[in-house]
Design a protein around this ligand. Structure first.
Ligand code: FES
Ligand code: FES
Length: 174
């Protein structure tokens, strides 16, 4: 066992883990952060996307020990003060989800994309989320949601309605 110390969604954790444990497993099984989903376990689908020190990563392709000393943000850490993150809110408003299985990963990838490129073209959104697959094939509304979020996140833009986080299903969790 190896000790790993990480900050996840603003909370510090120290746990002994198997060296082969994946970050996705650590988040779900050790910390109970089941909002981070596992679709393929082979770094293909993006369902497990989280932010590691501010960059989106597929948490099934990272060992928990590799996150030692790092800050991890999951879909469960995006909402603030009971309000959904603008990207979560945009997915809700634009119907950017069907079964919702890809949604936490899509949202984490989109937040990272908008951090790098606050006003992406449709093509740039497509390229930015190309590592995330939606089996329901609802890509058009996902694109709309990301572009809508970009508009809401511009300085001085009107904020989306801000549905209370606990009342909305967009935070994921299975
Ligand atoms: S579960 Fe990690 S990419 Fe599919
Ligand atoms: S909404 Fe079902 S997999 Fe994307």
């Amino acid at each position: 066992m190896t000790e790993v110390r990480v900050t996840v969604d603003g909370v510090n954790y120290a746990d002994d883990v198997e060296p082969r444990m994946l970050l996705a497993q650590y988040l779900r099984e050790t910390l109970g952060k089941t909002g981070t989903l596992i679709g393929c376990d082979t770094s293909n689908c993006g369902a497990c996307t989280v932010h590691l020190d501010g960059q989106s990563v597929k948490s099934c392709s990272v060992l928990a020990v590799q996150a030692d000393g790092s800050e991890v943000t999951t879909i469960e850490g995006l909402a603030r003060d009971g309000n959904l993150h603008p990207v979560q809110e945009a997915f809700r408003e634009c119907h950017g989800l069907q079964c919702g299985y890809c949604t936490p990963g899509m949202i984490m990838a989109a937040v990272d994309l908008l951090g790098d490129n606050p006003d992406p073209s449709e093509q740039e959104v497509r390229e930015g989320i190309e590592g995330n697959l939606c089996r329901c094939t609802g890509y058009q509304n996902i694109l709309r949601a990301v572009q809508s979020a970009a508009q809401h996140m511009k300085p001085g833009a009107a904020q989306p309605s801000g549905q209370a986080a606990e009342a909305a299903p967009v935070a994921g969790g299975n």
